[in-house]
Design a protein around this ligand. Sequence first.
Ligand SMILES: [Zn+2]
Length: 467
Amino acid sequence: MTVIHKRLWMKSMSFCWLLTTAIGYAQNIDSLFIKKISNDILTNGKAYDNLKVLCKTVGGRLSGSAQMYKAEAWGITTLKAAGADTTYLQACKVPHWVRGGQDKLTAIYTDAKGKPTKKTVDALSLGNAIGTGNTFVQAPVLLINNFDELEKKKAEVKGKIVFYNYPFNPTYIQPFTAYAEAGVYRRTGPSRAAKYGAVAVIVRSMAGGTDNQPHTGATLYDTTVPKIPCAAIGLQDADWIGQWLASGKKLAFNYQSAAHFLPDTIAHNVIGEIKGSTFPKEIITIGGHLDSWDPAEGANDDGAGCVHAIEVLRTLQAIGYQPKRTIRIVLFANEENGLRGATQYAETGKKTDETFYFGLESDAGSFTPRGFSCMANTAQLEKMQVWIPLLKPYGVYHITPGNAGADVEPLYEKFKTPVAELVPDAQRYFDLHHTRADVFENVHKRELAMGAVNMTALIYLIDTYGL
Ligand SMILES: [Zn+2]
C-alpha cells in the first residue's frame, strides 16, 4: 500500500467511523424519544378510556344511523381533548342500509326417526342485502362447497336456496389470507347464485373459530341479475348443515329478513390536526374508520383504529413534540359498506395545495402489534425498514409490502403517497370481526396501547427524517 493510498484508506476509515457514530448517536436519541412515547402511553394513555366511551355510549354506528351522528360528535370532542388545534367535519354522501329487525332462519327437515323437525338457526343478513319484505322465502337448500361446484351444478340451482360452505383455510398462517379467499363467497356469491335462479343465499361465516357466531359484512350485488336475500350462519351450524346435506339428506330453509335501504344520507369524516411547523402543507394522515356494523359495538372493527389514531396526536402533544409536518387524524366515514369517506378524502387532495405526504391506518384489530404493511416505492420501504431495530423492543418485527388499509389506499392509488397499516397479531381477530362479540370487553388495554406506541413511533420517525 502506498503512503497516499494509506492516507486515503485512513481518511475513509475515519469517515466510516464518524458516520457509524453519527447514526449510532441519532439512533440513541431516537430510541430514547420512542421510550418517552411508550412511557407516556403506558402511564397516561387515553385510548382505552376513549374506546369505552365510544362503545358504551354510542355502540354500533352503521352509516346513516342515529349512532353514526353521535359517533361524529364523540370524535370531535375526543380530538379536541387530545389536543388538536383544529377540528372539522368533511361531508360525504353515504348509503343508509338498515337490518330492520331480527333475521329469522329456520331449518326444516325430517329427523333420523322420521319426525318432521324445525330448528332455529342463528343468522345475520349480509350488509347491503335486500330482505324478504313482509313475507319469507322458503325453498330446498343446495349445498355448494365452492364456485367450481356451482358451475357444475348450475342446472340444479333454480328455485333453491344456495348454501355456500366454503371454510377458512386453516393452513394459512395469516387469517387475513383465509379471509381474502373466503370473502368472495360473501361479496359475489349471492349474485353468482342468482344468475342461475337461486331464490336466496346462506353463507358459512367468514371465520375460523370454534363458536357459532354469525358474521355479517357487505355483499356486492351484480346489477345485471336479480337481487336475492342473503345471510351468514355460524360455523357450528354450517358444519352440521353441510354434513347433513353432503350425506344426501334433504333440508329446506325458511328465511325472513326486514333488511332494506333508506335514501342516501350525509355522513362526515371527522378530522383533527396539529399544524406542522416547517412543512404545514405536507399532510401526514393517520386514521381508522368510525362506522361499524350494527350487531355490536365495533370495538375491534374499528373503534380500536379510531382511538389508536387519536392517541398518536394526544401523545405527540403531551410530550411536547412539535411536528414539522401537519399531523391530521381522520376518522373515516362508511368504510364497511361503501368506502365513501375514504373516496371523498382522497378527492379533496385535488382541490387544495396540500400534498398527502404519508398515510397510516389501523383497521386490523386491537391485538398485540407485529409489524406494518406498506404500499410505497422501494426507496421509501427501505428507509422505513432501517427503523425496525428501533421498533423491535415494542413488538414491531417487520415492515413489509402489502395492503395498507382500505381508507388510506386511495391516497397511494391517486397520488402515490406512501401508506401503511398497523399489523397486529390476527389469530383471534376473526373470532370477533363483524359479530355480536365485537364489544369493548374483548379489547385488552395493554395490547391496544402497544399499537398506539408503535404507530406514534413510526409517525415520529417519518416526520423527523422524511421518506
Ligand atoms: Zn374495519
